[in-house]
Write a protein that binds this ligand. Structure first.
Ligand code: ZN
Length: 383
């Protein structure tokens, strides 16, 4: 072989390598350009969308005087006057021995809780302005004040759900059979939470054992059970409900699945339901076991409970972006076992109640922040 073919081969090889290198550089530049271009577009787009979120700040001097004795506080909601209403268990405590393996309450012979279990606190001072609900409940769980002021509660020992008149505190609706768990639609098994639409349709999370959501029409008839057999959806302790009524969406704190799931609430007739079976899900590693949620427009406010080494804190969530937007916590102490959360309809006041220690936190949300001014990941915990 002569020298020329060898040089020729070397030259060809050099050209090929150089061309490949140039292509690689070009591709890298293109990649970098595309990435930065798309990121800029994304930020601009989100700024234009202007997603403002309220930042909860603890009101450390509330209540102004210590509250009377409170047992485990399982529920909180905000009434039509803007005052928080709480549901607590008095001297009764949920223990391992409270239920047998068939979910039958074992302390029935101790009678109903003798203390007033439902307390309305003044929004400004935290002083008790009304209390009732003695000798009625055995193991309180969820409480929701609806748009007309009616108070809906669930009792996991009674396996029942009640709707009370705000005036005479008489039950105007009782669902389920006392102390009798069951799987048909006339019975519940440790129901946890309720959500009521402004037209009177309502939802019950049922609950610790049946792991389903029942939907009712305005006459109290079951019209839907979530999930249906054909739906690719399952709950593991649906523990709290929140209705995003403007968006016809029902969200569920799916506690032991460590997520929030949102489904079509089907409040309004739609000729074609394109979202059937397409649940939204917020399932992030920081979220842990989600105990409770409360809605504000298209946002959700949530609290988690102890989950391995994950911090116990509050979250601001976007169901439609399926993401955590922000996490928050009190300033003067730590959340330990938060069990329920409620935000006022105008988004200015937020309450979190806890079980062991039994206490209530108040937050104000006077500062609103355009989230995407900072980042499109969620903001870290602010102390
Ligand atoms: Zn609970």
């Amino acid at each position: 072989m002569g020298a020329f073919p060898l040089i020729s081969h070397l030259l060809v090889g050099l050209v090929v390598i150089t061309t490949c290198y140039a292509n690689l550089i070009s591709e890298l530049k293109q990649y970098a350009y595309t990435r930065s271009g798309s990121q800029n577009e994304e930020v601009t787009d989100k700024q234009n969308n202007g997603l403002l979120i309220p930042i909860p700040r603890e009101v450390s001097d509330w209540p102004v005087i210590p509250l009377p004795f409170l047992g485990q506080i399982s529920g909180v909601s905000i009434n039509l006057q803007g005052h928080p209403v709480i549901f607590h268990r008095g001297k009764r405590v949920w223990e391992d021995s409270s239920f047998n393996s068939s979910f039958i309450f074992q302390k029935q012979n101790e009678g109903a809780i003798k203390d007033d279990t439902i307390l309305t606190l003044d929004r400004s001072s935290g002083v008790v302005i009304e209390s009732w609900g003695a000798n009625t409940f055995y193991l309180p769980h969820g409480l929701t004040v609806d748009h007309e002021g009616f108070i809906w509660v669930t009792d996991v020992a009674l396996h029942q759900v009640f709707k009370f008149s705000p005036h005479d505190k008489k039950a105007v609706l009782t669902l389920g059979e006392a102390f009798t768990p069951g799987t048909d639609i006339q019975h519940f098994c440790m129901p946890t939470s309720t959500a009521i639409a402004s037209d009177g349709q309502f939802f019950i999370a049922d609950g610790y054992c049946n792991k389903r959501i029942l939907k009712y029409d305005t006459n109290g008839h079951v019209t839907r059970v979530y999930p249906q057999e054909y739906e690719y959806l399952s709950f593991s302790t649906p523990h709290s409900l929140a209705l995003l009524e403007d968006h016809d969406t029902l969200c569920v704190a799916d506690r032991e699945n460590m997520r929030v799931v949102c489904v079509d609430a089907e409040l309004h007739y739609k000729p074609v339901r394109v979202n059937d079976q397409q649940a939204l899900s917020i399932h992030a590693s920081d979220l842990g076991r989600v105990f409770a949620i409360s809605s504000l427009g298209e946002l959700l406010f949530a609290v988690n409970g102890p989950t391995a080494s994950i911090p116990v804190q509050g979250f601001t969530l976007s169901p439609y972006r399926e993401t955590i937007l922000h996490s928050w916590a009190p300033i003067s102490g730590h959340l330990e076992n938060p069990h329920d959360i409620a935000i006022s309809p105008n988004g200015t006041e937020l309450y979190v109640v806890e079980i062991s220690p039994n206490r209530i936190w108040k937050f104000q949300t006077s500062q609103w922040v355009n989230l995407f001014k900072y980042t499109y990941a969620y903001m870290p915990l602010e102390k």
